[in-house]
Design a protein around this ligand. Structure first.
Ligand code: PLP
Length: 396
């Protein structure tokens, strides 16, 4: 019987019953760059930490188990993971990518991968006829679901039927839900990408990234690439992410509970014209989410009446911090236009629906009473500043 995910966050089955490392419950940090050989032609299993380090390896095994993969690679950031993944392709290759993606991924594809001779079709994978964009050079489809920041939900299994039929890789950035809520490999994906900086690490204190696969051939290729390019995660950072993962389950549950309450509250505010949270039954992806995920996550995107109001909200938050990033225990509010998606050309932002009055909240695990109180105060004050009206109206 496969174990529950909360258990997998804490225990690696293969290590159980062993008395390694003096019985240390917390996996040791092997802060070493290199390893002495017991003799010529002999190895302890570790030769040099760019190739592998025991702490990083332990973390990789945990993440592989969480995503039901056969292998996971830990990289120095989410972007290092996406960059390594792109080394699977050669000049002339064509990729179909979601139009709405984390801004850094769009920046990488447009400014680095294109220079390297890779071409892209950027489409809304959640509702486009993906097959129409496949040509003889197409090698992969790259998606996020839900997307950052517009929360578009793609049916992973349906898309995987198309990618399998055309022998394409299906690559899914699973950062927004974490393996606690969604396992794309089980739904037909070939590679899962994570920014481990976000929910996996969970404490807004460490950068990390992951690539997970259930295919031997891809694992072998990625192992060659990580050894060759050298962006493997450092031992201490590996340990921090291991520590973060131990509480993944309770953090995700609590953050989601808070997010549902905040999404409902936002929906009632007159100054808020749109709330995009896939856990609201009105979200177009709600039914797909219920089928393919075990939860809806803790990310909410919303739109206020006008830009000035969005800016005033950002000026007035105190406990909630105005900062990039997401997935940590602290609630953060982000302005995609000048932060996460600043380098995405304006016409693409507009096309995706990211406006100057769009805000994104990564809901943390604070007491929900305090979060709602802060939001109410902030919105009131912001409206007062912008409209000179003093009380936030609830929608009638
Ligand atoms: C943050 C993020 C990334 C990039 O990860 P870093 O750890 O910041 O390099 C990639 N994809 C998504 C969806 C993200 O939110």
């Amino acid at each position: 019987m496969a174990r529950g995910i909360e258990t997998k966050c804490l225990h690696l089955e293969e290590e159980e019953g062993s008395s390694n490392h003096y019985g240390a419950i917390s996996y040791p940090i092997f802060q070493t760059a290199t390893y002495a050989h017991p003799g010529v032609g002999r190895s302890t299993g570790y030769d040099y930490s760019r190739l592998q380090n025991p702490t990083r390896e332990h973390l990789e095994k945990v993440v592989a188990a969480l995503e039901n993969g056969i292998d996971a690679l830990a990289l120095s950031s989410g972007m290092a993971a996406v960059t390594l993944m792109m080394e699977l392709f050669r000049p002339g290759d064509h990729l179909i990518v979601d139009a709405d993606l984390y801004g850094g991924s769009i920046r990488l594809f447009r400014n680095v991968s294109e220079k390297n001779g890779i071409t892209f079709s950027s489409i809304d994978c959640y509702n486009a006829d993906v097959e129409r964009y496949i040509n003889e050079n197409t090698k992969a489809v790259y998606i996020e679901t839900p997307t950052n920041p517009m929360m578009n939900v793609t049916d992973i299994e349906a898309l995987s039927k198309i990618t399998k039929k055309h022998h394409l890789l299906l690559i899914v950035d699973n950062t927004f839900l974490s393996p606690y809520f969604q396992n794309p490999l089980d739904l037909g994906a070939d590679i899962v990408v994570h920014s481990g900086t976000k929910f996996l690490g969970g404490h807004n204190d460490t950068l990390a990234g992951f690539l997970v696969t259930n295919r031997e051939d891809i694992s072998e290729r990625l192992r060659f690439l990580i050894k060759t390019t050298g962006a493997g995660l450092a031992p201490f950072d590996s340990w921090l992410i291991l520590r973060g993962i131990k509480t993944l389950g309770i953090r995700m549950e609590r953050a989601q509970e808070n997010a549902i309450a905040i999404a409902k509250w936002l929906e009632e505010q007159k100054a808020v014209i749109k709330v995009i949270y896939p856990g609201l039954p009105t979200h177009p992806g709600y039914e797909i989410m219920k089928r393919q995920a075990r939860g809806f996550g803790a990310m909410i995107t919303f739109q206020v009446e006008r830009k000035e109001l969005a800016l005033a909200i950002l000026e007035k938050v105190r406990m909630i911090r105005f900062a990039e990033s997401l997935g940590g225990v602290e609630t953060l509010i982000t302005y995609p236009t000048t932060q996460t998606h600043a380098d995405v050309p304006e016409e693409i932002r507009e096309r995706n629906g990211i406006t100057e009055s769009t805000l994104r909240i990564s809901v943390g695990i604070e007491d929900i009473k305090d979060l709602l109180e802060e939001l109410e105060r902030v919105l009131n004050k912001a409206e007062e500043d912008v409209y000179g009206r003093s009380v936030t109206g609830e929608k009638s």
